[in-house]
Design a protein around this ligand. Structure first.
Ligand code: ADP
Length: 546
């Protein structure tokens, strides 16, 4: 027997329709490329998204075709999100920080038909356009008077396109499993691979992410996603915020500590989200200028392990709650978020702090497990660590165009799991802790050393701004850890002092064999430490064969 409820597909256009009808005056504020502030409402955004959908139709964009963006977080990018997916095409958000070769590769691989771009990327597109084989036109996200004098073929103007349209486009209804958005992994090894999200998966992720134990967003929030809309859809916030009617604030390209802080204060931001490197810059700015947050209540930190020192600083110095989150492109991206259960209310501050350093609990929609080398499931005792596998309706089944073969593993019951490439523990409360990426784990004398743990300790030292720990080949132990660290400006610490700082905090055999101070550490296009580059830089480095 079938249920007798309305059979309505979960479509992304429904989110913006809802926000228009039920949160018409909730604002969307953007700091634009030229530094000016643009302000309008969900109702305005919906009207303009409908105009853009009309313009796409006029350009001949067909369902399923890929429309790319090279753009910062802004209201126009938000409109493109909804207009493209809502009309049945696929939005492909390109990370402009990728190497030009990688951008060319993914735009060709995705067979992008149009590229919408912010003016900052006009010079890049001048170079790349001749290499992008499938692109029919480039749309500058600006008004006619701001059009770039760039040598870009088939150049169109965003506002001129909208000018011609009426806001009467009717969102089509189609199968909720239809593709909606395409994001490529940053491809630290081999070519980037495409994760193709559907309407249903994106909608379920938007529900899950909005939950109180997820990213916790509501109509009472003012949300500023620092995480770019080209980094796994800004962790789904442009969808979850429309779902609940939260005010949104977009920072454009202005991501330095000072600009972000000013926008927090001027717009009354209550909640934000980003990778640790961005928060490092913000916290430095706060400390140097002795500033306080007047409205910020919490921030989501993920994408790489958030150092405990950063969590402490946000919470103890500034009264801002940190939600430590873990996920990946292949998971839309949210997997776990660190929040307490009722039973933790009475726990000591130290115990609660320790829980927050972990990556958190699975939100409904994601199941996870850890397995040993032979594929058998390991216990949830908080000690055993193994390969972390996940499954759920917003977890990848296969890569776009089947790249790289079948990524899934099947267990003894025939259940499919996606191997994340992370190594983790899970405690009896289901709280997961990443100890490493499997390729970053340091194998010493047959045992594993967690590079993340060693990095977190270094970053707790008052003179250290950032640290990376990598394994160096060792004739006797296979690999030994070394710390590569950046000092805070004007601060001093010696190698021996830093090593002493480790004493009592780790088992003796985890003690790093060396410390190297550098001016800067290499980062990936998503702002993470690039251990791959670092390992290449240190490939000729030799340790004392003790
Ligand atoms: P990329 O591989 O393109 O950088 P993702 O942004 O999808 O792509 O990165 C996912 C990976 O980032 C995870 O598999 C994990 O290794 C790491 N990661 C994400 N969040 C955290 C976190 N909170 N703690 C530790 N590692 C994290």
């Amino acid at each position: 027997m079938q249920g007798l409820m309305m059979d309505m597909p979960l479509l992304i256009s429904g989110l913006l329709q809802h926000a228009d009808r039920h949160h018409a005056d909730a604002e969307i504020v953007s700091k634009t490329v030229d530094g000016s502030v643009h302000r309008y409402t969900y109702r305005d955004a919906h009207a303009r998204a409908r105009k853009l959908a009309g313009a796409l139709q006029r350009l001949g964009v067909q369902p399923g075709e890929r429309i790319a963006t090279l753009a910062w977080n802004s209201y126009r990018h938000f409109e493109i999100y909804y207009a493209v997916a809502g009309s049945g095409a696929v939005i492909h958000t390109i990370n402009p920080r990728l190497f030009p070769d990688q951008i060319t590769y993914i735009a060709n691989h995705a067979e992008d038909q149009y590229v919408f771009f912010d003016l900052s990327f006009a010079p890049l597109l001048e170079k790349l356009a001749p290499l992008l084989k499938t692109v029919k036109g480039y749309v500058a996200m600006c008004a006619p008077e701001a059009m770039p004098k760039a040598n870009i073929p088939s150049l169109l103007c965003y506002e001129a396109l909208l000018e011609k349209e009426k806001a009467d486009f009717q969102w089509p209804t189609f199968d909720e499993r239809t593709a909606a958005c395409l994001c490529y992994t940053s491809g630290t090894t081999g070519n980037p691979k495409g994760a193709l999200y559907g309407h249903r998966s994106t909608m379920l992720h938007a529900f899950g992410a909005a939950l109180p134990d997820g990213l916790n967003v509501s109509a009472r929030d003012v949300v500023l996603p620092v995480v770019p809309m080209f980094h796994v859809n800004a962790w789904g916030l442009p969808y979850s915020c429309a779902l609940v009617g939260a005010k949104m604030v977009f920072p454009g390209p202005h991501l330095d500590g000072r600009s972000v802080y000013q926008l927090f204060e001027s717009e009354g931001v209550t909640m934000s989200a980003g990778v640790p490197t961005v928060w490092l810059a913000l916290l430095n700015h706060m400390k140097e200028n002795r500033l306080r947050f007047s409205t910020l209540k919490r921030t989501v930190i993920g994408g790489s392990a958030c150092p405990p020192a950063m969590i402490k600083s946000f919470q103890d110095d500034y009264g801002v709650q940190v939600l430590h989150a873990w996920g990946m492109t292949e998971m839309s991206p949210l997997g776990t978020v660190g929040s307490f259960k009722a039973k933790h209310a009475k726990a000591s501050k130290d115990a609660r702090d320790a829980l927050q350093y972990k990556q958190g609990r699975a939100i409904y929609g994601v199941d996870m497990r850890i397995v040993g080398e032979d594929g058998t499931e390991l216990p949830w005792d908080g000690k055993a660590f193994g390969d972390l596998q996940v499954r759920g309706p917003w977890v990848i089944d296969s890569y776009f165009k089947g790249e790289g073969g079948n990524p899934l593993k099947t267990d003894e019951h025939g259940t499919k799991w996606f191997p994340t490439g992370d190594v983790a523990t899970i405690d009896p409360d289901g709280i997961m802790q990443i100890t490493d990426r499997s390729k970053d784990v340091i194998k010493s004398g047959g045992e594993w050393i967690s590079s993340i743990d060693l990095e977190c300790i270094a970053m707790a030292h008052p003179a250290i701004a950032e640290a990376a720990v990598i394994g160096i080949k060792h004739p006797k132990w296979d690999e030994r850890p070394i710390v590569v660290a950046v000092k805070k400006p004007g601060q001093e610490v010696s190698k021996d002092e830093l090593l002493k700082f480790y004493e009592g905090k780790i088992a003796k055999w985890w003690m790093p064999d060396d410390v190297v101070f550098v001016a800067e550490l290499p980062h990936t296009a998503t702002g993470k430490l690039s251990k791959l580059t670092l390992r290449q830089q240190f490939k000729d480095y030799r340790l004392d064969p003790r």
